[in-house]
Write a protein that binds this ligand. Sequence first.
Ligand code: NCD
Length: 326
Amino acid sequence: MTSGTASGESGPAAWTRAHLLGLEELSAGEITCILDQAAEFKRLNEAGEGKLATLSGVAVGNLFFEPSTRTKTSFSLAAKRLSADTVDFTASGSSLSKGESFIDTALTIQAMGVSMMVVRHSSPGAPQLLARHLSASVLNAGDGTHEHPTQGLLDIFTIREQRGTIEGLTVALVGDILHSRVARSNIWGLQKLGARVIVCGPATLIPPQIRELGVEVSHFLDEIVDEVDCLNLLRVQFERQRGAFFPSISEYAHLYGMNRERLRRAKQDVLILAPGPINRGVEITPDVADGGHSVILNQVTNGLVIRMACLHLLHLVRTGGGESHR
Ligand code: NCD
C-alpha cells in the first residue's frame, strides 16, 4: 500500500498509497497524478457539476490539534463536495483534556466508522504515528515544522496552472524557512518536478543543513528578485519563534518584504504566492498582495480541488476500485 511508482507514470493507477503523509516520499509521477486529478475536479466544478458521489457513505474526520482557518475549511468543503459525512474534532473540550492519549482519541473516532482522518498537530511525525496505529487513511494537514503536503501541492498546482509546467522554473521561498512546513513540502515537490529552488531569508531563519536538500540559499531578496519566476512569501511564524531571529519587523520588511519597488525589478510575469495567513506590511505590502501578479486567492480556490483529489485517490485505494466519480 505504501510503495510509489516510477517517476514517469502519472495516471490514476500511479496512486497506490493508503495515506498522504508528505511530499518527501512521493515520486514525480504520484505528485503529477494528484495534480491531474485536481485539474479534472476543477474542470468539473467550473462546468457547474454539483456534488460528486465519490465519498457517499464515507465519514471523514477533521482532527485539528492546532488552530486553522483555511486548511480545515478547505478539507471540510472538499469532503462535502464528494458527498462524505464530516466530523470535526478539536482538542479543547475533548477527552484529550481528560488525559486520553492522542492515539486512543483517534481509535475512538475510527470506531465510530470514520475511515479517513485529516490530522493537524504541532508535533512533527504525529500523522505518521497515527498511520501506524489506524486502519483509516491519514491525511497530513500540517505536522509541526515538518510537512504540509496539501499546501505544497496547491502551491505547485497554482504555478503549473499559470505556467503550464514546473520543469525549468526558478522558485524562491522567502522568509521563515526554519519554522515552515510549507517550505519543506514545496522544496520536495518542486524539485521532484524539475524546478530550481532558492530559499531566501535571514541566516537565523534558514537551517544550516538546508543545502543538503538540493536548494540554493540567499540572504538578500534584492540579490535574487530579478531572476525568479515565482516568489512564495512565507509568513513569519511569530507563534513558533522562541528567540529574536531578526532585529525588528521593520528591518525584516525592509530586507525581505515584497513591495512595489522590488516588483518593478522582478520578471514581467513573476508570480507572487503566499500560503496565508499573510502579515500585511511584513512579508508583503497590501498593493502587491492584491495586485495583478498575486495568485494568493487562486491558491485558496485550488486548495479545494487538491484536497478533493487527495481524498478521492486515497478512497480509490481503500476500495480497490477504479469506479467513476459520479
Ligand atoms: C500554513 C500552515 O499552517 O503551516 N498555513 C496554512 O495552512 N494555510 C502557513 C502558515 O501558518 O503560515
